[in-house]
Write a protein that binds this ligand. Structure first.
Ligand code: BMA
Length: 825
């Protein structure tokens, strides 16, 4: 197998087929340097044809780009030895989207799906020596609008023509994302030459697992070239499989007849892969070699892991459960929804994936949902999820609309599903295939007398996708949509649920406690990005919550208005930029906390709470808890606590305050709870209680009920309940309950002293001591992006908190730059 890389330096220019270039952009019709993988927008930025679309309102100035065609070209040298091989394929891992490929001025192929790899035999177009490849990208907007005109408009949220094109739907704008409709060679491109045969689409299918052994069926497809000479007919092909485990290895060889080969291997005493928080993530590796007459001609490596997955749906008094079960253990799914981390996909470095997914793991998440309006993610994403124990709920890329049912579209859907399932099925992290995001829910909301099957596109989600999943995988459940279930698709009593009645319905987050859904795969609250992140894309005059630029950086209709309304419910509304961001982030953090604690208390009546959303694609006020500059918001630090494996939480019912313990460990947990009623000013609790708890494995229970009337003599604006659970294993959970909204609490003037200790190797400990109670202390280091192990934290009067962090700065420098802020009257 020989490979010739075609990434790197290309040239590109605009072609004025549909319209002329804006006056000041005429030079875009001349050849400019391009970089592959890349996008037209990023190439135009490097050539100074456009300014950064994320800056202020520059997005508005770049809307001409997607109504043009863009031509990319490069030269490359082909060696005679490459041409000696029987087949030379052009492999494009991702072309965005309507691409016409020419080699040496001859038409090779046209593609129209950015999500999948394409390959074409191009040997006949190549010559020894210098060759030229050209790829013309047609306007995705012109093309999809033309299709919409021809086949009819469908009921779709946001830009309706987007459903006609197999391109990341968010690139046509979203309620958190700008309209930056890209084109380009967005993934690798190369030539691959081989003779006789090669292997593809390997699959390590886990057939059965017991303590003693795992049965793994290894299969490959064999791409055979037609025989060249009579002697080739004697070619005998064999597949040799070798599995390298941690302390075991097995090998087997079979003869290949036809275009596929399969063999079964037994792994003794298999080590199981577990989600984060439940155990390790041991990986195995299968090496599959293709032999011709005993000689190796191709080889493929398949990392895989051993685990089983089931979706439990059992009738119960609330309806039907919806529980993900891994290795026969019920898992409460804790996590967040995932969107692409940039509008310009090829420029996302691996380190961004690493950072975001590590943050997820550190916050005790065990599931990430890859949302259907983005992309089937890059390999690095799935590899990291495998390693970190993050289960992936994988949507197919359809979102918020009805989809065409024309035969050419259904064919594309089928080809895409086949390619995607083949690509992702070896990842143990992928545990659920899901048809789409919100298509049926939207349809049935607007057509109450109709069923999901009446929706255009239903064939894809009801028939085509599940068929591809069972044919090419068969080891994971398929779920038709998020949300979906029997009856109304967003019903609470069964299936999956998106809880948007609160945020979108302008309802206070306390309403989450009335939602008794079985598995919540979306719910969320917006918050502004961090101040530094906004400062990087604004000028001083923009930095007001309601400036035009800031409102541009919130893509939801009435987004800013909601931020104000929800802040008003809990805090005195800020107009100062920094204070607005600080309080806005606290609203989000408290909202997510309220919802997750409620659903975790309902474990396993509710069996999942996946919040919208982990990340952002540009600097924006959105539902994300980590902003586009990878700076966590307050909600992220709250997630570390509300997702902790053992959680102590308060629940208020009328005049009673209940104390609950939720235990995600697969074993019973012994612990002690120290509960107190504290005043804002005194170091000692005015009332305390200690109790011993035994929390049963993988369950949630109420451990105490307190009648609030007995505390009536204490001023409720200056007192609060504080509780701390400490388990025999050293796990802890701390929580507080306030009798009023922060806006009505009477916080005293407090002092927080700080002490910084250098732990060596760039690690530091910051000790904070409060003389009086301080709520939601935010710690920042000016000009440094240190992530603390805790932040936005409460400190009881006379108490101390230790925060750990890493930084390259010196102690002296850090001391000068540490900034604290907390809630004050
Ligand atoms: C749901 C998601 C996204 C959207 C989010 C916030 O609709 O699936 O489409 O961005 O809520 O509105």
């Amino acid at each position: 197998m020989k490979k010739l890389d075609l990434n790197g330096k290309w040239q590109f220019k605009a072609i004025n087929k549909y319209t002329t270039l804006p006056k000041k952009k005429r030079h875009a019709a001349l050849w400019m340097n391009a970089s592959v993988p890349g996008t037209v927008h990023t190439d135009l930025m490097s050539n100074n044809v456009i300014a950064d679309p994320f800056y202020r309102m520059n997005e508005n100035d770049v809307q001409w780009i997607d109504s043009h065609q863009w031509l990319y070209k490069r030269e490359f040298a082909v060696s005679p030895s490459l041409l000696k091989e029987d087949s030379v394929q052009l492999v494009t891992e991702g072309l965005d989207t309507y691409a016409s490929i020419r080699i040496n001025r001859k038409n090779v192929a046209e593609t129209s799906n950015m999500f999948i790899e394409h390959r074409f035999d191009v040997k006949k177009f190549l010559r020894s020596g210098r060759n030229t490849i050209e790829i013309l990208f047609d306007s995705p907007t012109v093309r999809s609008k033309a299709l919409e005109k021809k086949h009819g408009a469908l009921r779709v949220a946001l830009e309706p023509h987007r459903v006609y094109v197999r391109k990341a739907q968010y690139s046509f704008s979203w309620d958190w994302g700008p309209k930056l409709t890209t084109s380009g060679i967005w993934r690798n491109i190369f030539l691959r030459a081989f003779s006789s045969a090669r292997v593809k689409n390997p699959f390590a299918k886990i057939v059965s697992v017991t303590k003693e052994e795992a049965v793994v069926e290894l299969s490959v497809e064999v791409e055979r070239l037609s025989v060249r000479s009579p002697s080739d007919k004697k070619d005998s092909l064999q597949l040799r499989a070798f599995i390298a485990g941690e302390d075991s290895s097995v090998e087997h060889t079979v003869n290949i007849n036809g275009n596929s080969a399969k063999l079964t291997l037994h792994i003794l005493r298999p080590k199981l892969w577990w989600p984060n928080g439940y155990g390790e993530q041991p990986m195995y590796k299968a090496v599959l070699s293709l032999l011709r007459d005993g000689e190796e001609i191709d080889e493929i490596e398949v990392p895989f892991a051993i685990r089983t997955v089931r979706l439990l749906q059992e009738k119960d008094k609330e309806g039907t459960s919806f529980v993900v079960e891994i290795n026969s253990e019920k898992i409460f799914c804790k996590g967040a929804d995932w969107i692409p981390s940039d509008n310009f996909l090829p420029r996302i470095p691996d380190s961004t994936y690493e950072r975001l997914l590590r943050l997820a793991k550190d916050a005790h998440m065990n599931m990430i949902r890859v949302w259907g309006g983005g992309i089937y993610e890059q390999d690095v994403f799935y590899n990291l999820c495998d390693r970190l124990g993050l289960m992936v709920w994988q949507d197919f890329m359809y979102a918020c609309g009805a989809y065409p049912e024309a035969s050419w579209f259904l064919k594309q859907a089928k080809d895409e599903a086949e390619s995607v399932v083949n690509r992702l099925r070896n990842h143990p992290s992928v545990v659920v295939w899901c048809g789409n995001n919100e298509c049926e829910w939207l349809f049935c909301t607007e057509n109450p007398d109709k069923t999901p099957d009446d929706m255009s596109g239903a064939k894809i989600f009801r028939d085509i996708l599940p068929a591809a999943c069972s044919k090419y995988d068969g080891t994971r459940p398929y779920w038709r949509s998020s949300p979906f279930g029997d009856g109304f698709p967003n019903d609470e009593s069964n299936g999956t649920h998106h809880q948007w009645f609160v945020w979108s319905g302008w309802k206070d987050y306390k309403q989450y406690e009335n939602d008794n859904a079985r598995f919540v795969s979306e719910f969320g609250f917006q918050a502004p990005a961090n101040r530094k992140t906004f400062e990087e894309v604004t000028i001083a005059a923009d930095r007001h919550p309601q400036s035009q630029v800031m409102e541009h950086h919130n893509k939801q209709v009435e987004g800013t208005e909601r931020l104000v309304r929800f802040q008003a419910a809990h805090y005195k509304v800020a107009t100062d930029f920094d204070e607005f961001i600080y309080k806005g982030q606290l609203v989000q953090a408290e909202a997510l906390k309220c919802a997750v604690e409620h659903w975790r208390r309902r474990k396993f009546n509710t069996a999942g709470s996946i919040f919208w959303q982990l990340n952002d694609c540009w600097p924006v006020s959105s539902w994300a808890v980590v902003d586009s500059a990878l700076r966590p918001k307050a909600g992220y630090y709250f997630a570390k606590k509300f997702f902790s494996p053992v959680l102590m939480s308060f629940k208020r019912i009328g005049n009673t305050l209940e104390v609950w313990v939720t235990n995600d460990m697969l074993k019973d947990v012994d612990g002690k709870i120290e509960l107190s009623l504290r005043s804002f000013v005194k170091a000692k609790g005015v009332w305390t209680k200690k109790l011993v708890v035994n929390a049963l494995a993988n369950s949630s229970s109420r451990v105490l009920e307190l009648e609030l009337s007995q505390f009536a003599k204490y001023d409720s604006t200056e007192h609060y309940f504080s509780g701390r659970l400490l388990t025999a294993d050293g796990l802890s959970s701390e929580n507080r309950y306030f009798l009023h909204e922060p806006k009505h609490l009477h916080f005293p003037k407090a002092k927080v002293s700080r002490q910084l200790t250098d732990g060596g190797n760039g690690s530091f400990v910051l000790t904070l001591r409060a003389n009086k109670f301080v709520k939601n202390v935010r710690v920042e280091i000016e000009g440094d992006d240190a992530v603390f192990d805790d932040n936005y934290l409460d400190i009881d009067a006379g108490s101390t908190k230790r925060l750990h962090f890493n930084s390259c700065l010196s102690v002296g420098e850090l001391k000068r730059r540490i900034r604290l802020r907390w809630l004050e009257q």
